[in-house]
Write a protein that binds this ligand. Sequence first.
Ligand code: FE2
Length: 435
Amino acid sequence: MNDAPCHSGLHNSFASEALPHVLVQGRNSPQKVPYGLYAEQLSGTAFTVPRHLNLSSWLYRIRPSVLQGEFREISFPTFLSAPFASGYTSPNPLRWDPMPKPPHNSDFIDSIFTMMGHGSIEMNQGAAIHLYYATLSMTDRYFYNADGDFLVVPQEGAMLIRSEFGDIHLQPGHIAVIPRGVKYQVMLIDARAKGYVLENYGSPFRLPELGVIGANGLAHPMDFTAPHAAYEDKTGDFQLIAKFQGRLWQSDIHYSPLDVVAWRGNLAPYQYDLHLFNTINTVSFDHPDPSIFTVLTSATCASGIANVDFVIFPSRWMVANDTFRPPYYHRNVMSEFMGLIYGQYDAKETGFLPGGASLHNRMVPHGPDADSYQKGVESALAPHYYTDTLAFMFESYHTWQLTDIAYHAPFRQQHYAECWQGLRKQFNIVETIKE
Ligand code: FE2
């Protein structure tokens, strides 16, 4: 199977200027850009992909990026990358409590703790899953990632992502996607910011096809917003951190790289409020497969095969007749990492905590724990609004390979599989025949 990227992003096109008349009608690269700015293109796809797949933007900035200086390698011991070794990956289901506060105060990038991943950065395939727990703002530091796009899923604490394209205010219940190459810094609004990151080495996230659902439903393009242009013209002693081919690099720079005065194009950071997701589910009986909850997908060239799907389980009505309403027991060729933003998940009402995580890799059986099963078979089937809950899944066709630090993390639960051990044999031919 050819896994090379062949699908692109959202394709909303934007234009924004922080000063009037920077953008010249009919010219992306005029001989002289107004205000003495430099024109610079940022491309997120090969130049020659079909027009409807092409992602690029023009940035009009105070200094071109070629002034960013020379990088030297630095160490980030918990920010790990492909290739991931398979030594800690087993057919056992795994679950983690929320990651505790790191021993030292850390900013967003410092605090990244890599849980698992797969694929190859060099080949633009695969992804990594990280946790973050920041207690400091990136006051004098900026970051860009040449290896992958960041899908940020905050679980606690609001933050301000200041990017070349402008500001994104991000809070739990919302997500942001920062394409590879975009420079930014993360400032805390609350005392701490915790959450999950999917680093996507593969094709850019896009909306899933709607098929027989039709034009409406799931996430709507109109609800994805890009930032307004905002620039700073500032000098000082700063660091630009780059992630390149799985390693971290630093350049000392003496100006802010967030100096883009105007931009236009269809490649930009964006955010989305998960509460705007138009959830589709049964109105008769049984469950659709969980793919019905897909917000964004990073496709491969094989039809219907995802590098990663980002899937949510939001508050929703449960109305199915004669149906076991919690998620059914299943084994799956896809590999499922789950996180919980708030509330409870209906297959695990205890043990799977907001900020925690679980992993059910390929063909690892899973489903409701014993308590949730009992509740599922006994509860009345009146319409019920399952509220104040937001769980999500990073689901991949490729098997998630654990990192050493995730496997040995003190916050990994040691006996997760015991949550099913209360499921007793209840096979009874005699009673069923009588009925
Ligand atoms: Fe599952």
